[in-house]
Design a protein around this ligand. Structure first.
Ligand code: ZN
Length: 305
């Protein structure tokens, strides 16, 4: 993937670093400049990541910093596949006594197993708090991680590491779950996120252009949808990548968010205009269908697209 790496300051002490990997995956780094430690989210291709950490750019960012934590969103190899390598070779990356590998028990290499929804735990020596949300659907054991920064530490952005639960303009395939579960995931997280414009959505794949093209072609041919499609096209042309978006962005165009969160007929009709035009749903359907039924219909259309 010819997308540049990027670093985004989250607060005075934390930065987010984005590393494109495999054909369209992302591995994220959370760098703590106070404790000189870092965490990795979904380090799939361990060889490539090791090479990257030894490159000039990797050295400039991670030299003298210790790997303290791996956060794993779910069991698929393109997310959890590097865990065992880093557990085995952690001394090459860390001066700490061990590396903390957090995730659901079905993921390989996990040594700090999450047992329940909404579990929170700390990472780094300064006790940065991470909240885990169980978001079953793509896989049964899928987890999203939310890291909040505070005003006292000059926080600009919070991060949601959402793996293959949500994507920019989309959501993960329902391999082990249902539309009801995806609906529940969106509603649950939406309640938690009080400041959607500062919540960065850090998803596991670069699927944005396909998702946005699908939205305009089959779901919602509105000015907003087309505006975002163009914005993301331009970013990709500049090899910039489209992640992270924000939770607020997703509320503007993500059809699964719209399905879950729009309740009135008028707002549904306005957004799902292309579905009505194409006959995928009638006006009557949009009046009577439950949110879950709309969400499932969008998923079915995408799976056939
Ligand atoms: Zn997956």
């Amino acid at each position: 993937m010819s997308i540049h790496t990027r670093t985004i300051p989250l607060s005075r002490k934390l930065s987010l670093h984005i590393l494109p990997i495999l054909s369209d995956n992302y591995c994220y780094f959370l760098i703590n400049h106070h404790t000189n430690q870092y965490a990795m989210v979904d380090p799939s291709d361990s060889k490539k990541i090791h090479q990257y950490l030894n490159s000039n750019e990797g050295q400039s960012l991670f030299n003298q910093k210790s790997l303290s934590t791996i956060l794993t969103t779910h069991k698929h190899w393109d997310h959890a596949g590097g865990n065992l390598y880093f557990v085995k070779n952690w001394k090459e990356f860390s001066s700490l006594e061990k590396v903390q590998v957090v995730g659901n028990g079905e993921c390989e290499g996990v040594n700090q197993e999450l047992k329940s929804d909404l579990e929170s735990f700390t990472i780094f020596d300064d006790k940065t708090v991470v909240q885990a949300y169980h978001t079953p659907c793509h896989t049964n054991g899928h987890v999203c991680y939310l890291v909040r920064t505070s005003d006292e530490e000059g926080g600009n952005f919070d991060c949601l590491f959402c793996g293959d639960t949500f994507f920019v303009g989309g959501c993960g395939k329902f391999f082990e779950g249902t539309a009801q579960q995806m609906f529940d995931n969106i509603v649950k997280l939406n309640k938690e996120i009080k400041d959607p414009e500062r919540m960065l959505l850090c998803c596991g794949h670069e699927y944005t252009l396909k998702n946005m093209q699908f939205i305009v072609d089959k779901i919602s041919d509105t000015e907003t949808s087309r505006k975002y499609l163009n914005k993301y096209k331009n970013l990709m042309e500049e090899s910039h990548g489209t992640v992270p978006s924000t939770w607020q962005d997703e509320k503007e165009y993500n059809p699964y968010f719209k399905a879950a969160l729009l309740e009135s007929f008028e707002t549904r009709r306005e957004f799902f205009d292309k579905m009505i035009k194409d006959g995928s749903a009638t006006e009557d359907d949009l009046k009577t269908w439950s949110s879950v039924k709309i969400l499932q219909t969008v998923r079915d259309l995408k799976d056939k697209y």
